[in-house]
Structures are given as structure tokens and as C-alpha cells.
Design a protein around this ligand. Structure first.
Ligand code: UGA
Length: 447
């Protein structure tokens, strides 16, 4: 724990990244003032309620309660804090570039209040943003404001652990002492600290996300080829992952990556390169493979059921991955729309999505209150999100409530032998379907 003599750290924007960062910094013993323009969100936080679903965050916030305060006022924030983390969102603009308008707003709101400060960029921003902010500050005469790039690598659903036990902390600074100050702030976290220039720090973030997305699209293409040649991508990924140069992570084939980060950041990096005259061919393929992967499930359903008009398909899981309530760029949105366009009747269940809650994203989809209710009378089911409660369904009961017997495992998370024993067919992505031989079932995994 650090002495409480220092001024509190400010965090601007309490979305996933901002709130988790703020709570973790408070957990490390610092006082933190959080600002957001969303009054309802700030009210909730003041009442001790966490406005997002993130495992472990409630408990951590409750434990650091007395060191956290919340405001909507820049005057209050700037009066109390000198070091200000910026964690506002940078959504894609229509051109595919990151929209920096919220970041710009923050910079002008802070610089208008003068004083000697240090801005720390947590939001994912294009390479060159630091230079741009510095130029803006200079032209506004706010030369006493320093700038540090400190990109965030947390994953939704594992955010608290990722912040407190990161693989690395990246700090890009213009002035050595600014970098030292931020490194000192995170002194309670044991990890490698990468000290570098601001553009390099910005690029580490984009390159990391683009590489992870590339790994996913790569293994998805391998999965598609596996289907043609009769190989099982799960065993292929295991075999590949044992090579230390490749590593076992992010080689889970499925229906593609979603979320608020990979789709946006890969697009933004491609755009960034394009704006400087470089055609980033590999990223074009990564993006295209991901688009097509979401649609492959429709083809698999057609192979099994024939024309989908009038057929009932149940979607199991809607969020872009388990342990989050986030639906941004979720594969379920594309899949539901494609199935509806083919004339299918679509029902769905997700532990985080209440019936009727997101009619904007899932028009015409009947969202049920339980998996079995969504599966009632379905001709086919698709596992879209590998929530543990969906993976652990009692497939004998599922077989009883469904009309058909077809299950598509969009995440290669189901035990195909268990489903086969219950009388259900189970098609994964790039997997070898188990073959019933007498009472036993063989697959690459079982052999
Ligand atoms: C991602 C990165 O993993 C974080 O390091 C980064 O900080 C974050 O983006 C960000 O830039 O803010 P996140 O989007 O929360 O984190 O989720 P991931 O766990 O990385 O999953 C992203 C998508 O890839 C999900 O749709 C997931 O289902 C998919 N995925 C992941 C696969 O299809 N296969 C895999 O092997 C791994």
C-alpha cells in the first residue's frame, strides 16, 4: 500500500477499461477519482453498483471503496488530480479510422483548466495520436501538460486478473520522469515493464491485437481445410501449440472473433497503414476470413436441414464470448440476421441477455429465459458462445425437447461423444465428427 499523501489519480471514462483500471489502481492503494459524462453511470457507481458485468470487479471495488470517488465534473477532477488516465472509447468511424473525437474532447476539457498535469492514454489510439495531442496542447498554450502512452491489454471476462497480473506493462513517454512516475504507480504489480517511445507503445497495442486476430483467422482457415481433408483442427492446434515459437494460445477455431477490440483495431491498423500509402494485405485477409467464418454456420445448417425456410434454429449464447455481457460485434448478430434472411425461425438464449432486451440487435429473434425454452421444438441448435452452463447442458434432455437432432458447435467446446450418446449429431468447426462403432465412439480426440 502506498502512503495516502499523494493527490488522487484521475480516470476519465468508466467503461470496461476505465473502470477496471480505476478499481485496480485503487486496489493497489492509491486514491482514484473517476469521471464520466454519463450521469446515470456515475450515480450507480456512487451507490456502490458496478454498471458492467465483469467477474471479480464487484468484490475488488467493494474492498477499495474508500479510495474511490466518482464525478461528472472536470472542475472537481482537475482540482483534485494531476495524473489523468484517459480511457474513453475510440469507435470506428465510417472511413474505418478510429474516431478520436472523444479523446479530443477530453484533451480540450483538461487543457482549458490549465495547470501542470500528466495525461496517460489507456484508450487504444492510432499511432501518431500522442504527437497530435502534444501539438494540440502546444497550440492551446498548455505546455505544462505531459503525455504518456500506457496501452491496456486486458480481456473482458478476465479483466481484473489481466490488470493485476499482466504479461507486461508498456509505457511510452516523451519525458523520462513522466514514464518513471507511471511505472512507480504500478510498482505493486510484478511484471516486465517495457519503456519506449510514444509511437512505439501505440504500435505495440495495435500490433498485438492484429497478431492475435491473425492467429484466429489462420486457425479458422486451417479448420476449414481440415474439414475437406478429414483432419481435426483441435488436435492440429494442440500439435502446433507445443512448438514454443507458435505457442498454444489463440488457436481455438470457431465462428470468428468479435468484441469491441479486434474487429475495430484490425480495421484501424489496416486503415492507418493505408493512409500512409502502405497496403496491409495480410490484414485484409484476416478481416475477410473472419466475415466469412461467421457465415459458414449457415452453410452447415443447410447441409443438414436443406432449405432453412420455416426451420427453427436455436442459438445458444449471444455475447461475443463467455463471462461478459458485451454484444458488440458478436457473431450472433450476423448469424441471427442471416438465418432470418433465409426464412428460418430463430430463438435464442444467453445468460446475460433478457427476453426483449436487445430487439435492436436481434429483430424477430425470440429470446428465451432458459436454454431448454429456446431449444423447445427446434430443428437445430448452434452453440454460439461457450458459456459453461451451455457446454454442460444435459443433452439427453435437450434431445427430448428438440424436434430435430442437429447441433452445430460453433466454438468446438462440446463433447461430441456425449451428444452422440444422447442421439444428437454434433458438427464442430474443422473437427472430425464422432463415428458410432457399436457402442463406442471414435474421434481424433478419443483415439
Ligand atoms: C482483446 C485482447 O485479447 C486483449 O488483450 C485486449 O486488451 C483487448 O482485446 C482490447 O484491445 O481491449 P477481448 O476482446 O476482451 O480482448 O477478448 P478475447 O478474449 O481476446 O477474445 C476476442 C474474440 O476472439 C472473441 O470473440 C473470442 O471468442 C475470439 N477467440 C479468441 C477465438 O475465436 N479463438 C481464440 O483462440 C481466442
Amino acid at each position: 500500500m502506498v502512503p495516502q499523501t499523494q493527490r488522487p489519480v484521475g480516470v476519465i471514462g468508466v467503461g470496461y477499461v476505465g473502470l477496471v483500471t480505476a478499481v485496480c489502481i485503487a486496489h493497489l492503494g492509491h486514491r482514484v477519482v473517476c469521471l464520466d459524462v454519463d450521469e446515470a453511470k456515475i450515480e450507480k457507481l456512487r451507490a456502490g453498483l458496478v454498471p458492467i458485468y465483469e467477474p471479480g470487479l464487484d468484490e475488488l471495488m467493494a474492498g477499495a471503496r474508500e479510495r474511490l470517488s466518482f464525478t461528472t465534473s472536470y472542475d472537481e477532477l482537475c482540482e483534485r488530480s494531476r495524473v489523468l488516465f484517459i480511457a474513453v472509447d475510440t469507435p470506428p468511424s465510417p472511413s474505418g479510422d478510429a474516431d478520436l473525437s472523444r479523446v479530443e474532447r477530453v484533451v480540450s476539457d483538461v487543457s482549458a483548466r490549465g495547470g501542470e498535469r500528466l495525461l496517460v492514454m489507456k484508450s487504444t489510439v492510432p499511432v501518431g495520436t500522442g504527437e497530435r495531442v502534444l501539438a494540440e496542447l502546444e497550440s492551446a498554450g498548455a505546455t505544462a501538460i505531459g503525455y504518456v502512452s500506457n496501452p491496456e491489454f486486458l480481456r473482458e471476462g478476465a479483466a481484473v486478473d489481466d490488470v493485476l497480473h499482466p504479461d507486461r506493462i508498456v509505457i511510452g513517454a516523451y519525458r523520462e520522469r513522466d514514464g518513471d512516475e507511471i511505472q512507480q504507480l504500478f510498482a505493486g504489480i510484478e511484471t516486465t515493464v517495457v519503456r519506449t517511445s510514444v509511437p512505439t507503445a501505440e504500435m505495440i497495442k495495435y500490433a498485438s491485437n492484429a497478431f492475435l486476430a491473425t492467429k484466429i483467422s489462420f486457425i479458422n482457415e486451417i479448420a476449414n481445410v481440415c474439414e475437406v481433408v478429414g483432419a481435426d483442427v483441435r488436435a492440429v492446434a494442440d500439435g502446433m501449440g507445443l512448438d514454443e515459437r507458435i505457442g498454444p494460445h489463440f488457436l481455438r477455431a470457431g465462428i470468428g472473433y468479435g468484441g469491441s477490440c479486434f474487429p475495430k483495431d484490425v480495421q484501424a491498423l489496416k486503415q492507418l497503414a493505408g493512409n500512409s500509402g502502405y497496403h496491409f494485405q495480410l490484414l485484409n485477409a484476416v478481416i475477410e476470413v473472419n466475415h466469412l467464418q461467421k457465415r459458414r454456420v449457415v452453410g452447415k445448417l443447410q447441409e443438414r436441414l436443406g432449405r432453412l425456410r420455416g426451420k427453427h434454429v436455436a442459438l445458444l449464447g449471444l455475447t461475443f464470448k463467455p463471462h461478459t455481457d458485451d454484444l458488440r460485434e458478436a457473431a450472433s448478430i450476423v448469424l441471427a440476421a442471416r438465418l432470418r434472411a433465409e426464412g428460418a425461425r430463430v430463438s435464442a438464449y444467453d445468460p446475460m441477455v433478457a427476453p426483449g432486451a436487445r430487439a435492436d440487435l436481434f429483430p424477430g429473434v425470440a429470446i428465451a429465459t432458459s436454454a431448454l425454452a429456446a431449444l423447445e421444438g427446434a430443428d437445430a441448435a448452434v452453440l454460439v458462445t461457450e458459456w459453461p452452463e451451455l457446454v454442460a447442458l444435459d443433452w439427453t434432455v435437450v434431445r427430448d425437447v428438440m424436434r430435430g437432432a442437429c447441433v452445430i458447435d460453433g466454438r468446438n467446446a462440446l463433447d461430441a461423444a456425449l451428444l452422440a450418446a444422447a442421439g444428437l449429431s454434433c458438427d464442430g468447426i474443422g473437427t472430425v465428427a464422432p463415428v458410432a462403432i457399436g457402442d463406442s465412439v471414435t474421434s481424433d480426440e478419443a483415439r
